[in-house]
Design a protein around this ligand. Sequence first.
Ligand code: MN
Length: 233
Amino acid sequence: MTAYLFTPPAVQSLPVRGKAERFPINRLFFVGRNYHAHAVEMGKPVDKTVERPFYFTKAPQTLVESGATVAYPPETKNYHFEMEMVVAIGAPAFRVSQEDAHKVIYGYAAGLDMTRRDLQLVARDKGRPWDLGKDVEQSSVCAEIVPMPGVVIDQGAIALEVNGVTKQSSNVDKLIWNVREIIADLSLFYHLQPGDLIYTGTPEGVGAVVAGDRIHGRVEGVGEIVLNVGPAE
Ligand code: MN
């Protein structure tokens, strides 16, 4: 056994529907601006004919499970929800073709890409990295993984409510880059591994939460997600 100076961080993991074993998390990838109406609301429309998708990552330690209550994070006055469909990778993938992309899908989950929007926009507009806006502790929220090996989801309602009021309502058929395209493109840059999660992007309607808010989201055919926002530390 390896001797460590101190106890290493625990492996992050998520429950899997219908299984006793949990899904161990490797990396967390996020697609930026992947619904037209959201790209427009952010003031950065996407022209797929001349652009490629882009990505950012968050540390696996930012993961929290659906149902959690998280502290309102520090150094922001504009903490935003982003409802997303999450793809769970179940097999290694490097330079996988769109035609073969389904073979590396383990399943799907409902996810939230919580964002310090004020810090993200400062970073974006100053040409700085997005980490302080995006790589926020407890900001990668994910529900149970639903096993659907080899299944490509290309349609289904995606929606989010805050305190029972609908804020986001769209369909994953509006993804600019679909599941096959995302897996194939991301695998050009990374050796994707079992345990990787890909948050596929959020539709329009993103907005701020405050302490005491309860977020409830769903992806049709996949599942639901809940997050409670507690007071700041
Ligand atoms: Mn996002």
